[in-house]
Write a protein that binds this ligand. Structure first.
Ligand code: RAM
Length: 527
């Protein structure tokens, strides 16, 4: 396991009602669209697809109602696209009168490989309750089954647990009512004059679209909630596509309204019924409140939003400032998790230093906009952090940043130092060239989140060809393996890797992976 649950149930939270009212004012009206199921399929062995599981079409959707199903029969319905919404189905019976109830098991899957796992075998560390599966009893047919829970799925596997020897069940008219806070961008794609990039872009937009619900969710299958680290990237991708400003504001207000009493912002909030901040804190995610606010201001310059949330942003910095040594080294306490990536196998201290510099630079912009005299103090601190990074963390001989007591050279340190503009453009380019020569192909990184930062660092330092190559080799590879939307976790060397002990709880539509839409719009020359 790469990550530990935090239980801080003694932490008390503020609930700023003014800010929560503003969050409510920006609550979106969800668009509801009906999607009719497209076909009946079966799983087949296909070594080119994720975990070797492919899909074979065995009939059109109208063939479904011709099937008379009884004990242990099974059918897989293909919706034809990734759906986030509710599932509906008509059921009737044929044969003798119903002398028993009908019992069905319905399983929802985003990817075909999920259907090869038995829920009973799941022994991972995340809750089993995330598995999208229902057992349903119906005493009377005909009936319309309108499941009340929202699922994320393309495939619906229906297994008949039993009818009776005297009658069979027939299924018809399966459809989904899907939701999103934005309407599809279908047909409005930019043209990158490269089929593969066009496809990578479209899948990114679809991923973002499906995660844009009542808030920016991290993944509509799991965790179905608002995480700050994910929000930061979703917001950037959103500005270059849907540009739904209200949803970003809503999310910023939600975080800003519910800080812990010591001022820190929690890493995620639940918004199902009541608004509840999670008792989980991550150093980098807290700082990303500052950067997400600054990114919004950069795009849309909204003085009301800034005035409402400036002090909350500043407070994040004030807490972090306590972790900076005399010499300018950042050292948060051990128990304050710095995420950077799911992997715990590399030293994160230099990446932490860089993320801190990245955040203070963005805070300085906000401080300037607010005319806050503290700007001079922040500038001094920033200089100190940068000079420590250059003098103590940059190894001249190797031309790369080192991290931790073991002077480890890892990709996260280089990338974050480049993103934080610690070096000038030419020096950054040299670092990334060295990184390409010594740290590529990237190994042991399983999140599109970290790959995003690697790709952006390549683009930013002027290595666009290499950035495009990485994008095609990573996001393009997910598409080759069958992705309709990008995944939460993907390690190209181990495609079936799950951070949780089983892919059955992996999220295959995960917001932090949608960023090619931002990267392509920002760095690729649209002809
Ligand atoms: C997982 C989710 C989420 C991410 C956190 C750190 O629970 O995938 O997207 O931000 O981890």
């Amino acid at each position: 396991m790469g990550f530990k649950f935090q239980i801080n149930d003694d932490v008390k939270f503020n609930h700023n009602m003014d800010l929560l009212t503003k969050a409510d004012n920006y609550k979106p009206e969800l668009h509801i669209t009906k999607v009719k199921a497209k076909s009946i399929v079966e799983l087949n062995e296909d070594p080119t697809k994720l975990e070797g599981v492919g899909i074979k079409r065995i009939g059109g959707i109208n063939d479904l109602s011709k099937m008379k199903l009884t004990r242990d029969d099974q059918v897989i319905i293909d919706m034809g696209e990734h759906c986030v919404g509710k599932f509906n189905l008509h059921l009737s019976h044929i044969g003798s009168p119903m002398d028993s109830p009908l019992a069905l098991k319905i399983k929802f899957a985003e990817m075909p490989n999920e259907l090869t796992y038995k829920s009973e075998d799941y022994d991972g560390w995340l809750s089993k309750a995330w598995i999208q599966e229902e057992v349903i009893h119906l005493d009377q047919l005909p009936a319309d089954l309108n499941l009340t829970r929202r699922y994320a799925f393309r495939y619906v596997q229906i297994s008949v647990i039993d009818t009776s020897p005297k009658w069979q069940v027939m299924l018809s008219e399966p459809y989904a009512t899907i939701t999103s806070s934005v309407t599809s961008l279908e047909g409005k794609w930019p043209d990158f004059h490269d089929d593969e990039l066009n496809e990578i872009y479209k899948v990114g937009v679809k991923t973002l679209h499906d995660c844009m619900q009542d808030v920016f969710e991290d993944g509509p299958k799991r965790d179905r909630r608002l995480w700050l680290g994910d929000l930061r990237l979703q917001a950037l991708a959103n500005y270059s596509t849907f540009d739904n400003q209200a949803l970003v504001k809503r999310c910023l207000y939600l975080f800003g309204a519910m800080t812990a009493t010591d001022g820190r912002i929690s890493a995620n909030v639940f918004t199902n019924q009541e608004y509840v901040p999670d008792d989980t804190f991550m150093y980098d995610y807290s700082l990303f409140f500052i950067t997400t606010l600054a990114d919004f201001e950069d795009q849309h310059n909204d003085m009301e939003l800034l005035s409402d949330l400036y002090l909350v942003a500043k407070k994040q910095w004030e807490v972090m400032e306590g972790f900076i040594s005399e010499e300018g080294m950042v050292k948060p306490p051990k128990e304050y998790t710095v995420f950077v990536d799911w992997s715990t196998k590399f030293d994160k201290s230099t990446a932490t230093q860089a993320i801190t510099i990245y955040a203070i630079k963005k805070l300085i912009k906000l401080t300037t906009q607010m005319d806050d005299p503290v700007v001079n103090h922040y500038q001094e601190l920033c200089n100190k952090l940068v000079s420590y990074a250059k003098s103590e963390l940059f190894d001249e001989d190797q031309g790369l940043f080192i991290s931790g007591d073991q002077r480890e050279v890892n990709i996260a340190s280089q990338v974050w130092m480049v993103l934080a503009d610690v070096l000038d453009m030419q020096e950054s380019k040299e670092v990334m060239k060295k990184a390409l020569a010594t740290l590529f192909p990237v190994k042991g990184i399983a999140t599109p989140y970290m790959y995003h930062h690697i790709d952006e660092a390549l683009f930013k330092s002027g290595l666009s060809d290499e950035a495009i190559k990485l994008m095609k080799g990573y996001w393009g590879k997910m598409i080759d393996l069958g992705a309709d939307t990008y995944w939460e976790a993907f390690e190209p060397e181990k495609p079936n890797y799950s951070p949780y002990g089983s892919p059955i709880v992996n999220s295959y539509c995960h917001a932090w992976s949608c960023t090619p839409v931002y990267l392509l719009k920002k760095y690729f020359n649209l002809k």
